[in-house]
Ligand binder design. Structure first.
Ligand code: KIV
Ligand code: NA
Length: 277
């Protein structure tokens, strides 16, 4: 299909066509997203846990995120590719945030970047990146990069005061120049109000109906283990299927039933004769 553009996302939102976004972290998951026909691929810093086995998103480095993003980009041609700006790659200054974002564009071919939060420094970074000509997606509600500092991965906007705070954050992110916003782990009724106040597309995760949805690919595939958040829907149990396949291979090898005749190279008559001699 035709490459998804910012204009296309706006059109989808305006016509009430939900935007489909999914994460990817390497060539395979990028290809899956491409072939499945999603609109937006997010190289999420959730890759810290999902593919690097790190304890939380703050542990992944900029260089690691660039490696993941490059692999995804090699597989993705149609969807818009958005890359998460990881913890530590924007905290120092607006200049650092722009330099980091330019690296995602130059080195990884990112179409846009995503930045968490709506505090004064976050908004300043967001404006600086947009001014540098790089499209930015905002992210409010539950923001995992700072969640540990704020008391864990918990739903946001569940009191009147906190709902107002999340709404103010969303408006501030829009005003700072974001072309879309991810709202994570906020009650659907609150998100519905926020949507009415915003003109940019709202991509929800644990946020109810919105202009679009995003999920961690490995969660929806059932590859990740352990208890998933309530907002995850598992569409397959591929983790079990993968383990079953490798177990079957291991038992074949141990039983001597792999490799079979169909998995070996035939030798030429000349070589066969020489070996026998
Ligand atoms: O890193 C990630 O996967 C994300 C989505 C959950 C929005 O930021
Ligand atoms: Na993220």
């Amino acid at each position: 299909g035709a490459k998804v553009t910012l204009r296309r996302l706006r059109e989808l939102a305006e016509t009430g066509t939900p935007i489909v976004m999914v994460t990817a972290y390497d060539f395979v998951s990028g290809r899956v997203a491409e072939r499945a026909g999603v609109d937006v691929v997010l190289v999420g810093d959730s890759g810290a846990q999902v593919v690097l086995g790190l304890p939380d998103t703050t542990a992944v480095t900029l260089d690691e995120m660039l490696t993941l993003a490059k692999a995804v980009r090699r597989a993705v041609t149609t969807p818009l590719v958005v890359c998460d700006l990881p913890f530590g790659s924007t905290e120092v200054s607006d200049e650092q945030a722009v330099t980091t974002s330019v690296r995602f564009v130059h080195e990884a071919g990112a179409d846009a970047v995503k930045i968490e939060g709506a505090g004064p420094a976050r908004l300043s970074r967001l404006r600086a990146i947009v001014e540098a000509g790089i499209p930015v997606v905002g992210h409010v509600g539950l923001t995992p990069q700072t969640a540990t500092a704020l008391g864990g991965l918990r739903a946001q906007g569940r009191t009147v005061d906190d709902a107002i705070r999340v709404a103010r954050d969303a408006l501030a992110v829009q005003d700072a120049g974001a072309f879309a916003i991810v709202i994570e782990a906020v009650p659907a009724v609150v998100v519905a109000e926020i949507r009415r106040a915003l003109r940019i597309p709202v991509i929800g995760i644990g946020a109810g109906a919105a202009d679009g949805q995003v999920l961690v690919q490995h969660d929806l595939l059932g590859v990740t283990e352990g208890r998933a958040p309530v907002f995850v829907k598992r569409y397959a149990a591929l983790g079990e299927a993968m383990i079953d396949a490798v177990e079957a291979y291991a038992s074949d090898v141990r039983a001597g039933t792999f490799p079979g005749a169909e998995h070996v190279y035939p030798a030429s008559d000349e070589v066969a004769a020489a070996v026998r001699a």
